[in-house]
Design a protein around this ligand. Structure first.
Ligand code: ADP
Ligand code: ADP
Length: 228
């Protein structure tokens, strides 16, 4: 599903963000990526979505060699992944349902299908009752659940989350993690960057730790570890 082979990323200013990284992630896995600020976690994610290109090495996502695809294939690649951020990134002038629908409208899905899928996915995140609310009238946890609904409405193969609980209190975070677990059990690969030690320790999933651009630990049923 995801394969990094000897991948390095050196930014134009000389920053080495990833340093000879090799890693496999199989379909259906749930993986935490941990490490201090500046370790290279976001770069890892940006290489998956073709937001950045590797300086050397190969990045393969779902059989597609990401570093070699033509520009016009990038949207097709990104459709295979749903991405969720710490700051939710909802469109402020659209309702919850419109935010979710928007992800489908851009790929020209028929209206009836959009309506049905939006309803189903809002049901999945337990927010049918907030369908017509604007983001500013939703709590942080609710906004994140809408962002997750938007990320999965096109049924991606993988859900990628960059610090999804970074702005949320522990109780709300637990609810978000339960949702990720539910989505993972539906067959979606989940890759989550996090600083939430308590959560990682509780979940008992695979943990990949990055220090200075290198994978220093990759454990099944791992814990957060001692870093930061
Ligand atoms: P993390 O997500 O773990 O905080 P990043 O992947 O954002 O780490 O950053 C890894 C390293 O690459 C850091 O040293 C950071 O300063 C550097 N870096 C990240 N993005 C850029 C960029 N666009 N230009 C130059 N350096 C960058
Ligand atoms: P539908 O009636 O549209 O077939 P489902 O009951 O199958 O809906 O699913 C409800 C919603 O949950 C879907 O709209 C979809 O976005 C989401 N979903 C279903 N299966 C998965 C999956 N494997 N991974 C992620 N999201 C899924």
């Amino acid at each position: 599903m995801i394969y990094f082979r000897d991948v390095s990323k050196i930014y134009d200013n000389g920053s080495v963000a990833l340093d000879h990284v090799t890693v496999h992630i199989e379909k259906g896995e749930f993986v935490f990526v941990v490490g201090a600020s500046g370790a290279g976690k976001s770069t890892f994610i940006k290489l998956l979505s073709h937001e950045e290109l590797p300086s050397s090495g190969t990045v393969v996502v779902n059989g597609i060699e990401v570093n070699r695809i033509a520009k016009d294939r990038v949207p097709y690649l990104r459709r295979k992944m749903g991405i969720v951020f710490q700051d939710f990134r909802l469109l402020p002038n659209k309702t919850a349902a419109e935010n979710v629908a928007f992800a489908m409208e851009v790929i020209e899905t028929p209206r009836k299908v959009i309506k049905e899928r939006v309803h189903n996915v809002l049901d999945l995140v337990n927010l049918v009752g907030k369908a017509d609310a604007l983001p500013q009238n939703l709590s942080g946890g609710e906004q994140q659940r809408i962002a997750i609904a938007r990320a999965i409405v096109n049924r991606p193969l993988m859900l990628i989350a960059d610090e999804p609980t970074g702005n949320l209190d522990p109780d709300t975070s637990r609810g978000i993690m339960d949702l990720f677990t539910k989505i993972n059990h539906m067959g979606t690969t989940v890759l989550m960057v996090t600083h939430d030690k308590q959560m990682v320790d509780m979940m008992n999933k695979r943990v990949i730790e990055i220090v200075d651009g290198r994978i220093v630990r990759d454990e099944q049923k791992g814990a957060y570890g001692d870093e930061d």
